[in-house]
Design a protein around this ligand. Structure first.
Ligand SMILES: NC(=O)c1ccc[n+]([C@@H]2O[C@H](COP(=O)([O-])OP(=O)(O)OC[C@H]3O[C@@H](n4cnc5c(N)ncnc54)[C@H](OP(=O)(O)O)[C@@H]3O)[C@@H](O)[C@H]2O)c1
Length: 246
């Protein structure tokens, strides 16, 4: 694997769905892919929060509503992808929610269920429903956003950690099952990155001292490219900060 040698000149004209592009990591990924002239389908629960991307990238950005707590909303998005694009080259499952940072014994079952639904159950549904379109690509890639606590569960991280651990398992299983379908499946742990979710988890942290969303893009761009053949792997975005020459 050589992320450093990635030639961004060849990463264009792909049809890429990125969930959760209203802010944070998803927005940074979407902006970079749009600057490279890919077609980006981007989502938010609130279409209005995608106005800036829509205005800045009139030609290639396609905004859609998606609420990962609702199977109907997923159905709607999948129908729109089928009708308007037919084929999908890359799916980046970025959207996610934190829920409560509390000891399990104090966690609300309602919030627990909402987090597991949004971060795991409905991510499975979204991937499963989009597979027919990914299979039409010459070479497809699924990138699932994970977390340190999804790989090493820790006290107080509750449903969030459990949902990400489950997502890691889904990713490994899928990577093996899709090997013959020319679809690679990997997880990326962004590591602590300056976003609203990070602020919710660490309100007292100085966000100017940790990586910004644009800093962690190299591994995502690599996994979107035709150069990536790895599958079933767990990447840490921080290992690739500053590595891209072009
Ligand atoms: N930042 C970090 O330090 C860090 C560390 C480890 C892992 N991660 C992971 O990285 C991913 C991106 O996080 P971020 O830090 O960029 O968070 P963020 O700034 O809070 O952005 C989250 C995005 O997900 C969308 N979203 C949230 N809940 C949703 C739901 N129920 N249905 C559909 N979309 C929903 C939001 O869109 P709307 O609110 O507009 O709908 C927003 O665009 C997440 O999967 C997170 O778990 C982040």
């Amino acid at each position: 694997m050589n992320v450093k040698k990635l030639d961004l000149g060849y990463l264009n004209s792909k049809t890429i769905l990125v969930t959760g592009v209203s802010r944070g990591i998803g927005k940074a990924i979407a902006e970079k892919l749009l600057l490279l002239e890919n077609i980006v389908i981007g989502t938010s629960r609130e279409l209005k929060s995608l106005d800036e991307l829509t205005k800045n990238f009139k030609k290639n950005f396609y905004p859609f509503e998606l609420n990962l707590e609702s199977a109907d909303s997923i159905d709607n998005l999948v129908n729109n992808v089928g009708k308007n694009f037919g084929k999908l080259d890359v799916l980046i499952n970025n959207a996610g929610m934190l829920g409560e940072i509390k000891k399990l014994e104090h966690c609300s079952f309602k919030i627990w269920s909402d987090v597991i639904n949004a971060n795991l159950n409905n991510q499975f549904l979204l991937i499963k429903s989009l597979l027919p379109y990914l299979k039409l690509s010459k070479k497809a890639s699924i990138i699932n956003l994970s977390s340190t606590v999804g790989r090493e569960p820790r006290a107080d991280w509750g449903a969030y950690a459990v949902s990400k651990a489950g997502f890691e398992a889904v990713s490994t299983i899928l990577s093996q099952e899709l090997e013959d379908a020319r679809i690679i499946v990997n997880t990326v742990n962004p590591g602590g990155t300056a976003t609203r979710m990070r602020k919710e988890a660490f309100p007292d942290e100085d966000q100017s001292k940790i990586p910004q969303p644009r800093d962690i893009l190299p591994i995502f761009l690599y996994l979107c490219s035709d150069q990536a053949n790895e599958t079933g792997e767990r990447f840490d975005a921080r290992d690739y900060i500053g590595i891209l020459e072009n």
